[in-house]
Design a protein around this ligand. Structure first.
Ligand SMILES: [Zn+2]
Length: 52
């Protein structure tokens, strides 16, 4: 499931840039920003238990 910068996040979680794998944390209902390297396409993955 992919997401793009400028869209509203439907769920809180971490988005990983499809180009450079940079992680961006987005809260549900907030607009997804571009990644720090200027990309706008994300692969979405939920926070996984035990990932901290
Ligand atoms: Zn990127």
């Amino acid at each position: 499931m992919a997401a793009h910068a400028g869209e509203k996040a439907q769920k809180t979680g971490d988005f990983y840039c499809a180009k450079c794998d940079e992680k961006v944390h987005v809260t549900s209902g907030h607009t997804i920003p571009k990644c720090p390297n200027g990309h706008s396409e994300y692969e979405t993955r939920r926070n996984e238990p035990g990932n901290k």
